[in-house]
Design a protein around this ligand. Structure first.
Ligand code: HXC
Length: 259
C-alpha cells in the first residue's frame, strides 16, 4: 500500500480495512490531498481479497468539519469546474465493498457528504451533523443537497441547507441518517464489531447487495427491481450460493469461498 501522510491505514481484524482521517488540528478538514489519499487507499482495498469491509473514521472530536476552507477560499469558478478531485468522490461512491462510516463530533459540510457516500453510518452520542456551507456563501457541492434530501426529506433538508440547522445523534438516528448511536467510548469498537460480522459473510453476495440497495437511490422502481433480479440471478452462478443453501440443508455453518 502507498505511503500516506494525512490518513492512517490499519487492518484491525481479518477481512477489515480501516481508514482514519488524521488532520486533528483542523478537525480533519478535507483538503485535496486527504481526498486523494482516501481514494488511493480505497482503490488498494478494492483489489485486496483480504479486505472485505472498510471502516472510514476520524477522531472523537471530529469525523470531518468539512472541506478545507483555506484551500477553497481563493478558488475561481473555472478552478472548481476543472477540479479533478471530483474523481475521488466517484471512487468513494463506486467502492464495491461495504463501507462503514464511524462518526463522532463534527460531521459537517464535505464531512457529512463523505459519511453519506458510505453505506452505513454509526455515530457516537456526541456526533453533530450539518451542511453549514450557506454560512460561507456557498452550498454543498459533493452530494449534500441530493443524498441528505433523499434521507431526511425536503423540509428538513431545506432547513439544514438554507439555514445551517444541525442535527444531534439521536435526531440523526430517528431520521435514518445513521443506523446506530453508541457511547463515545465504544463507537469505533462498535463499528469494528459490525464490520467483522459483515466481513464473515459471502463476499460476492455482499457486493451484489450493496449494488442493489444503492440502485434504489439511482433508479426508478422498475429499473431498480430489474437490477435486483439480475444480481439475484447472478448469485446462482456462484459456488457460495450452492454452499450457503447446502449448509442450511445439512444444518452446518457455511464456508464462503468468494466465488
Ligand atoms: C479548514 C478548519 C475547518 C474547515 C475547522 N478548521 N474547520 N479549517 N476548513 N472546514 C480549523 C479552524 O480554522 C481551527 O484552526 C481548527 O480547525 C479548530 O477549529 P475551531 O473553529 O477553533 O474549533 P471550534 O471553535 O470548536 O469550532 C468547531 C466548528 C468550526 C464549529 C466545526 O471550526 C467551524 O465552523 N468550522 C467550519 C465548518 C464548515 O463551515 N464546514 C463546511 C466547509 S465547506 P486554527 O488554525 O485556527 O486552530 C464544505 C464544502 C463541501 O465542506 C464541498 C465539497 C466539494
Amino acid at each position: 500500500m502507498a505511503e500516506f501522510e494525512l490518513i492512517l491505514i490499519e487492518k484491525p481484524s481479518d477481512g477489515v480495512g480501516l481508514i482514519r482521517l488524521n488532520r486533528p488540528k483542523v478537525l480533519n478538514a478535507l483538503n485535496s490531498s486527504v481526498m486523494n489519499e482516501i481514494a488511493t487507499a480505497l482503490t488498494a482495498f478494492s483489489s485486496d481479497p483480504n479486505v472485505r469491509v472498510v471502516i472510514l473514521t476520524g477522531n472523537e472530536k471530529a469525523f470531518a468539519a468539512g472541506s478545507d476552507i483555506s484551500e477553497m477560499s481563493g478558488k475561481t469558478e473555472t478552478n472548481i469546474l476543472q477540479d479533478t478531485g471530483v474523481r475521488n468522490w466517484q471512487t468513494i461512491a463506486n467502492f464495491p465493498k461495504p463501507l462503514i462510516a464511524a462518526v463522532s463530533g463534527f460531521v459537517l459540510g464535505g464531512g457529512l457528504e463523505l459519511a453519506m457516500t458510505c453505506d452505513i453510518m454509526i455515530a457516537s452520542e456526541s456526533a453533530r451533523f450539518g451542511q453549514p456551507e450557506i454560512n460561507l456563501g456557498i452550498i454543498p457541492g459533493a452530494g449534500g443537497t441530493q443524498r441528505l434530501t433523499r434521507v431526511v426529506g425536503k423540509s428538513l433538508a431545506m432547513e439544514m441547507v438554507l439555514n445551517a440547522r444541525m442535527l444531534n445523534a439521536n435526531e440523526a438516528l430517528r431520521l435514518g441518517l445513521v443506523s446506530k448511536v453508541v457511547p463515545l467510548e465504544t463507537y469505533l469498537e462498535n463499528a469494528l464489531e459490525l464490520a467483522k460480522q459483515i466481513a464473515a459473510r459471502a463476499p460476492i453476495a455482499l457486493q451484489a447487495a450493496k449494488k442493489s440497495v444503492n440502485a434504489a437511490f439511482e433508479l426508478g422502481l422498475s429499473k431498480g427491481l430489474e437490477l435486483e433480479r439480475q444480481q439475484f440471478a447472478m448469485l446462482f452462478n456462484t459456488s457460495d450460493q450452492k454452499e450457503g443453501m447446502n449448509a442450511f440443508l445439512e444444518r452446518r455453518r457455511a464456508k464462503w469461498q468468494g466465488k
